[in-house]
Design a binder for this molecule. Structure first.
Ligand code: FE
Length: 346
């Protein structure tokens, strides 16, 4: 299903990029690059190997959880060996920016490749893939006509029917932050109080666990990131596939602001010793070829609509995405956490 990379000389984009490198006065082949990545090794390593093959730059990869990597970057400060931070969620990239571990740089290439609402306006981080936070529902117990918006899931008709993970998860914090950005804190607080009373069980587990709970009849709807459902549909594990086959995806808020989306992205660290290679890597990850592979490998959407998506994503049909600048998810993060806490969202 995943298209293999094009051979080196078969892609205009890649050839063009190499030509661009060759004209760069600061070019130095045989360089090194140190990456801290919250993205699993299997989801990024092949792309980094490709980058090495193209540029001769040796890449050293450290993988870990997003929050742990940020803590590590903060404690290492300017002594950190890291040149690039790869992580998910704009809320987390915003945190890294606020913590002062990223440096601003402007790149015409990246600004042209990545829509303005999917990157930091100061050039501290750039979105490299898009994920949607969607509603999944039990085919046997829910009619799609019953569904409309995230907001509508606070209705008493959903009492005891909603599964969602904990409020300490950044995906939910960013969803609530998007609500605060669109309708204000007061309305969001009212919604939160009612929404929480509709939970079928105290929040537990990750997004895949919520999908499994819907499939198992513990709840009728769940709010999850789209790529988890994609990953279960394409899983080699029969139990995951079977659970995924019992649920369907619903795009929320299509008649209003659009479905809440988020990004995975990257920034160059304040401590970067290999600046030229770091910039080159980010530009590489934004090329059509990288975007397609990066998106398909994790069932995510590319940052540009023009780039092809996987068959799994195509089957879900087109959707309208919220055009909110994802920096706002970071800006309202603290308010979102406090509001979720006040509402008793565990
Ligand atoms: Fe995730």
């Amino acid at each position: 299903m995943h298209k293999p990379f094009l051979p080196l000389n078969a892609s205009f984009g890649v050839v063009f990029m190499i030509a661009a490198f060759m004209t760069a006065p600061t070019l130095s082949y045989g360089d090194e690059l140190n990456i801290y990545s919250a993205r699993q090794e299997s989801l990024i390593k092949p792309l980094l190997d490709r980058f090495t093959a193209l540029t001769g730059t040796k890449v050293n990869l450290v993988t870990g959880k997003g929050d742990a990597l940020l803590t590590r970057l903060k404690s290492e400060g300017l002594n950190s060996p890291a040149d690039v931070l790869l992580t998910s969620d704009a809320g987390r990239l915003y945190r890294a920016q606020q913590a002062g571990v990223l440096q601003a740089f402007s790149s015409q290439e990246l600004n042209a490749a990545i829509p303005a609402h999917l990157r930091s306006s100061e050039g501290q981080w750039y979105g490299l893939s898009v994920r949607a936070r969607v509603i999944v529902y039990a085919q046997e117990r829910v009619e799609p006509a019953e569904l409309s918006t995230y907001e509508a899931l606070s209705d008493p008709s959903w009492k005891g029917r909603v599964c969602i993970r904990s409020s300490n998860n950044i995906y939910n914090q960013s969803l609530v932050a998007s609500m605060i950005a669109s309708q204000g804190l007061e309305k969001t607080e009212v919604w939160l109080k009612d929404f929480v009373t509709n939970f079928s069980r105290p929040p537990a587990g990750g997004d895949r666990d919520q999908i499994k709970a819907v499939a198992a009849g513990q709840c009728d709807v769940a709010i999850v990131n789209s790529y988890y459902l994609g990953g279960m549909i394409t899983s080699e594990d029969n139990r995951q596939q079977e659970a995924a086959s019992k649920v369907s995806l619903f795009w929320p808020n299509q008649k209003g602001r659009g479905t809440h989306i988020n990004i995975s992205g990257a920034g160059i660290t304040q401590s970067a010793k290999h600046l030229v290679s770091a910039k080159r890597l980010l530009a590489f990850l934004a090329t059509d070829e990288s975007q397609q592979w990066y998106g398909e490998k994790n069932n995510e959407f590319p940052v540009r609509a023009a780039v092809d998506i996987s068959e799994t994503l195509k089957a879900w049909g087109p959707f309208i995405a919220d055009q909110l600048n994802v920096s706002e998810l970071g800006r309202y993060n603290a308010e979102a956490i406090m509001a979720m806490d006040r509402a008793g969202w565990k």
